[in-house]
Design a protein around this ligand. Sequence first.
Ligand SMILES: [Fe+2]
Ligand SMILES: [Fe+2]
Length: 329
Amino acid sequence: MARTDIRDFQENGRYSGVYILNRKQLKNTKTGNEYLQVELSDSSARISCNLWNSDDFHSLFDSLEEGGFVRADLNVSTYNGTMQGTLNSISHANPTVEEMEGLVPRIKEDPALLHADLLHRAENIQDEVCRNISLTILNDFRKWLLVWPAAKSMHHHEIGGLILHMHEMADYAEAIHQVTPCFDMDYVLTGIIAHDIGKIREYTAGKTGLLTDTSTAGRLLAHPYIGAAYVGKLCERFHASKEQSEILQHLVLSHHGDLEKGAVTVPQTTEALILHIVDEASASIRLYSEVSGKTAPGTWSDNTFGIPDNYGGTRGKLYVPACTKKENG
Ligand SMILES: [Fe+2]
Ligand SMILES: [Fe+2]
């Protein structure tokens, strides 16, 4: 029987098929009973599920691989406004070619074309140090940039998500530069190409190619520092001035904007501010457009991580008005 996309799950429905296992956790209820909590996904959506009964939770837990595939049978219900599943069974799976169809989310665009376009823009950078750094990163990491996601979940988490995120940022920066050319596009473009390159070391990927976990280096150093240290080395290699090296490293270190959001330092040049703004624009607009695309007009979305609520929470809902029009998704 064909797998039903998670996006099409209905309340009280029962579904079975092969899905991606994003996360697994053994937990205890308030009364001390063990249960297994997992997050399943396909290319359409993700869903949190619980298994309440098992002969041996520990050997089942060990047999399941995060970032791998599982065969699952589940019933769907709604809890606190969010769809969730109750598992009847779950086991490790090696999917057939047919079962792989539509399972792993990929960007719709061709990553090789996005990479080639960024390479072309980098070749036209006038500042020699910025151009050399941008071309080195794009060429040395090409293999990873064609596949690497930009996140474990939320925005740009698909195969190819990182190069799409970088390409969107370059487009947003050029649009701002047309309105207010008060910053040096050479530095902003170099910052865009370098800012998340540390994510290749920050995360580990599973069999699907999707990101599964934060690596030891990622936990200890985080991608703003990993990227800035690499940029510092490239500055030495290409004989950047002291100021140029500090300004380029500052771009990477400050791109998250706020210290609470993981920035090592807040943006203190106009180029760093623009880099932060286009990073935020790419991430937030992509997230909101994906969530609104999955939500019927005149209704609220599921609780979604990354959408703030009025009480300081990070799992808010998005309203999709019935009266507005949108061209895509
Ligand atoms: Fe980042
Ligand atoms: Fe980013």
